[in-house]
Design a protein around this ligand. Structure first.
Ligand code: NZQ
Ligand code: MN
Length: 400
């Protein structure tokens, strides 16, 4: 499908335990990495659904001491990470466990970085962010991380990224290092089956964008392509099913595998413009969740890339359309636009048919969003299959 370029491929570094009821074994898995764990969760869901107490029981059964840090909110902040890290440091934790969605898992990863590098001085996760000329390097001192995923979307349970928002600077960035990859991830379908409708749709769409973006990315390679095509096919088919019937275990499993493939695609390739812009949108409007921002941005960016893309890019979007069930008769721009149609159709089915305007993103924040994107998301901007200027992005933000 594509001309073979030179590429680097990183083996997935995270072991997986996958299936119904697997959370039960979390204590035994964590015990392999330490005696004292910081357990990181959001504020409510895991407690309310009983998975927090089940995890704590499992730790206690194995004699692992556990300190619970339950203050993570969606789009987690530098302060939340630093506060959690203080808890890990003060209690001498030797392993960090993230139980929850991407926000809890990312915060666990970032806490592991801060706590692992602490040497008695004042330290913040922001020192490691790639916005500085010389960011502090994440090293093997990072504490081991174990994850238990409660959503199917971010791929965080297998990725080398941990996202954090600096509220003051309105910058949201992924700290990146192989040392951040969880050593082991538990994917328990019982937890995933508890996701309410809107969470299923926004996280599922996030997973789809990982597959689509890493596929069309300048940084894609023949191995990524396999993950991406499979994830797209599965998500187009199963996301509406998981959305309509939350307790459909097969659909939940399919989405969890696609989420994992999306995470691996992120490791071996890079996302492109929708991700580059969705982060600053959430940095300016923290109430807009990642997947929702992506839903607002993706169709128009796809159209833009198809309008201006080279032959290979156009061909790739034809493949996206095919994965969405469209018949493609020849590989050209018109046929490629069917990919926009399938994505819009999916967004309608899962009630995520939104625009920046309908989300309340004001025109006067567009410039700031673009600046923030260039400060934090240069790699995805450069990986976009079509080169873009600041002006192109401003125009894209204004498209309805
Ligand atoms: O906070 P609690 O009370 O736990 O509730 C959460 C949260 O309010 C709730 N929830 C999670 N699992 C649930 C559940 N409710 C019922 N049943 C369950 N099974 O859902 C809300 C959203 O959770 P959150 O963790 O924020 O969602 P998601 O998994 O979409 O994570 C989003 C974060 O991940 C980042 C995003 O930018 C965002 O910050 N990403 C991380 C990536 C990575 N590390 O590689 C890549 C992605 O592109 C993304 O940027
Ligand atoms: Mn994403």
């Amino acid at each position: 499908m594509s001309l073979m370029k030179s590429f680097r491929y990183f083996l997935p570094a995270t072991n997986l335990v996958f299936g119904k009821g697997m959370l039960e074994g979390i204590g035994a898995e964590v015990k392999k990495f330490g005696k004292k764990a910081l357990l990181v969760t959001g504020r409510k869901s895991m407690k309310k659904l009983g998975f927090l107490s089940r995890s704590i029981d499992s730790f206690e059964k194995e004699g692992v001491e556990v300190i619970h840090y339950g203050e993570v909110m969606p789009n987690p902040t530098v302060d939340t990470v630093n506060k959690g890290a203080k808890g890990a440091i003060d209690n001498n934790c030797d392993v960090v466990v993230g139980l929850g969605g991407g926000s809890a898992i990312d915060t666990a990863k970032n806490i592991a970085v801060v706590a692992g590098h602490f040497q008695g001085e004042k330290i913040s996760i922001w020192e490691f962010a790639g916005v500085h000329d010389k960011p502090r390097r994440v090293t093997s001192k990072t504490l081991p991380v174990i994850a238990a995923a409660s959503t199917s979307g971010t791929g965080s349970h297998v990725s080398r990224f941990a996202v954090v928002t600096n509220e003051e600077k309105k910058q949201k960035i992924g700290i990146m290092s192989p040392f951040i990859c969880p050593r082991l991830s538990i994917v328990d379908v019982d937890i995933l089956s508890c996701m309410p409708l809107s969470l299923t749709s926004k996280t599922g769409f996030d997973a789809l964008t990982h597959a689509m973006e890493c596929f069309v990315s300048k940084r894609s390679n023949p191995i990524t392509v396999l993950y991406c095509l499979n994830a797209m096919e599965v998500i187009f088919e199963y996301l509406p099913q998981a959305y309509n019937r939350g307790d459909d275990v097969e659909a939940r499993k399919a989405m969890a595998v696609a989420d994992t493939f999306g995470g691996w695609a992120l490791v071996t390739s890079r996302p492109v413009l929708p991700h580059a812009l969705s982060h600053p949108v959430s940095a300016f409007y923290p109430e807009i969740d990642h997947g929702v921002a992506l839903a607002a941005l993706t169709p128009e960016i796809m159209r833009f890339n198809i309008e201006r893309g080279d032959e290979q890019t156009v061909n790739k979007y034809c493949h996206v359309a095919r994965m969405g069930g469209e018949e493609i008769n020849s590989f050209n721009r018109k046929e490629a636009l069917k990919s926009v149609k399938v994505v819009k159709r999916l967004l309608k089915k899962i009630k995520l048919d939104v625009t920046l305007k309908s989300l309340g993103v004001e025109e006067r924040s567009f410039e700031g969003i673009v600046e923030s994107a260039f400060a934090t998301m240069r790699v995805p901007i450069e990986a976009n299959p079509v080169p873009v200027t600041r002006e192109d992005i401003l125009n894209l933000c204004s498209r309805k």
